[in-house]
Design a protein around this ligand. Sequence first.
Ligand SMILES: Nc1nc2c(ncn2[C@@H]2O[C@H](COP(=O)(O)OP(=O)(O)OP(=O)(O)O)[C@@H](O)[C@H]2O)c(=O)[nH]1
Length: 363
Amino acid sequence: MSDQAKTAIGGDTLRLRYETIEARRRTLLVYLGNGVASVFLFGFGIANLLEDRYTLAWFSLIHGCITLGNILLLRVTRNPDWASYGFAYGLLALFVFLTITGGVDHTGPLWGYPMVAVALSILRARLGLAIIVAMLCIALLLFLAPPSFIEVAPYSTAFKVRYTATFLALILFTWLHEFARARSQAELIRVSAQIDRLSQTDVLTDLPNRRYMLERLEAENSRYRRHQRPYAILYGDVDDFKQINDRYGHQAGDEALCAIAQALRANLRQHDVVCRWGGEEFLVLLPETGADIALEVAEKLRAAIAAVDFRPADGAHRLTMSFGLHTVLCQDSVDHFIQQADRKLYHAKQTGKNRAVAELATA
Ligand SMILES: Nc1nc2c(ncn2[C@@H]2O[C@H](COP(=O)(O)OP(=O)(O)OP(=O)(O)O)[C@@H](O)[C@H]2O)c(=O)[nH]1
């Protein structure tokens, strides 16, 4: 298949689709994560205020404001990345604070565990893992810091050792999970792209098939509705193809179709699309092309097919092809335009074959 068709049919489209879904999922999670964090932080803040724990209270309330700010930022920028950075900062700051003060009855660092899950589901995998590793490093530094440098809640040595070990295990399993998930996701995209490509490709000629062409035609037709830029459809049919099958066999017929497909592809621009429409019929879409150029292209293709050096087993056969071409200059359905091209093709067959017909006689 041509490079042009490969990029269109290949994994890029699927990857793009996947990234759009992923961006939507992240936006939703950033809203949700910041929303839940705001509720918790304001709740903690008020509870701590009522119990006269002012440092904890103000810290919670300030970070509650930061998470609310993240929600506003996301609404304004529509970019989940900025709000994610704000959220990552909030998580880290909250973790540092809870570890230093010990929270309620020295249970503060335990909030690190749910934070791991939250960081991974809301932040991108790489940023999420970086935040988790940063949390562990911060916890270690605070556990080891001399009291003269910073006063940290008095955790027992047994707690520090077990906390570090369990946090390390959590990081390891989280990383393994993330690694396996990323790999299977990449594989899924690859296989889906392959299936997508196969479902839109003609097995014999490796050209795009009718299904793919119909999608492209619909897209081109909607573009016409928006911008009124003309486009052209060439309907090509190999002349006396039955004779090739009858004289040289079906295999030679298949080879002729492949040679024709190659010649058509080689004589079109990068953004034109050619497909095997069915049997010995081919359809060409010429985007943003007026009637004069379309006729020139049809003539060029006709001449290119006539010049194909096709030599079946014990003989030589001159391949020729007839074309009906229709330039879209008004709004109607794709089916209607194909029918118009088909009528002109019929006329080309009736008037001697090996020709391109752009207009039907009005008389
Ligand atoms: N080898 C081969 N033959 C095919 C394939 N698809 C369709 N055909 C044959 O193509 C032939 C088309 O014959 P017709 O519709 O009579 O057309 P034609 O002989 O080209 O005559 P005109 O269109 O009037 O020039 C039929 O014999 C089909 O069996 C294919 O994939 N491989």
